[in-house]
Design a protein around this ligand. Structure first.
Ligand code: FES
Length: 264
């Protein structure tokens, strides 16, 4: 069910050159992996994942990635209110008896994995967070994952921090060691394809969080249907089982614009 909210922006933090964290004053109590639609009057409405959640607040890590998010970065100030609908969608699932999980976040895709890690740690589940970014400046939420008691491993493209290379290199080493019950990922789709494929090869469950252009956000308009499944990212996702996602024709290959045109 859609809830319309106008929470106050309590704090704004510049956490990476392209990403600001907006601390919103509201008890959202979203399931990890769910999203909200953020409305900027006279500009647009965009889907946004939910990061850290605490009593009386929830965080959104908003990357400057288009007209609406750029306008949010430029115009929204602490004390302003934002139009929010949601939370929507199917989030991550923590399986019964699960003892250790790996969360793998690529750049701006990291926020929902922080929310998932909060829930996992509350249940006493061991969490390894593998965080990837183009360089150290673009790494987000390392401190927050550590504050939850997660082990953190880092990969950067330029080697300015942690492993020089892909976070999937670090995942493979972990899967090789064994003892991982499930892998969760959000980030660039080509990376998520690799993660889901790697998990399948090692016989480990995985879940991936997809991002698509959205209009209604709750399953009515058909804008976010995934080829060839017909599944709606907003309602049947955004989190999908990794093996199921590997069968989507468009996974890691293309998405669609607001008019339905293919965008690679
Ligand atoms: S955005 Fe309308 S069905 Fe998903």
């Amino acid at each position: 069910m859609s809830t319309h909210l106008t929470p106050k922006v309590k704090e704004i933090r510049q956490d990476a050159p392209n990403l600001k964290t907006y601390v919103m004053e509201h008890n959202l109590r979203a399931k990890p992996g769910q999203f909200v639609m953020v409305w900027l009057p006279e500009v647009d409405e965009v889907p946004m994942s939910i990061g850290w959640q605490a009593d009386g607040e929830f965080h959104m890590g908003i990357a400057n990635a288009g007209d609406c998010t750029q306008k949010i970065h430029e115009t929204v100030k602490e004390g302003d209110r934002l139009g929010i609908r949601g939370p929507f969608g199917k989030g991550f699932s923590l399986k019964e008896g699960c003892k250790k999980i790996v969360v793998l976040g690529g750049g701006c895709g990291t926020p929902p994995l922080l929310s998932l890690s909060q829930e996992a740690r509350k249940k006493g589940i061991e969490v390894l967070a593998i965080l990837g970014a183009r360089s150290e400046d673009y790494l987000i939420y390392e401190k927050e994952f550590k504050s939850l008691g997660c082990e953190v491993k880092i990969a950067t493209d330029d080697g300015s921090k942690g492993h020089k290379g892909f976070c999937t290199d670090l995942l493979e080493a972990e899967l090789e060691k064994g003892g991982v019950d499930c892998v969760y990922t959000c980030g660039p789709e080509k990376m998520m394809v690799k993660v889901a494929q790697m998990a399948e090869d090692y016989g480990v469950d995985s879940e991936v969080s997809l991002e698509r252009f959205m209009k209604c956000g709750f399953g009515i308009c058909g804008q976010c249907c995934v080829d060839d499944s017909g599944l709606r990212v907003c309602k049947d996702g955004p989190v999908f089982d990794g093996k199921a996602a590997l069968r989507f024709t468009e996974f890691g290959k293309y998405s669609r614009t607001s008019s339905g045109k293919i965008k690679e």
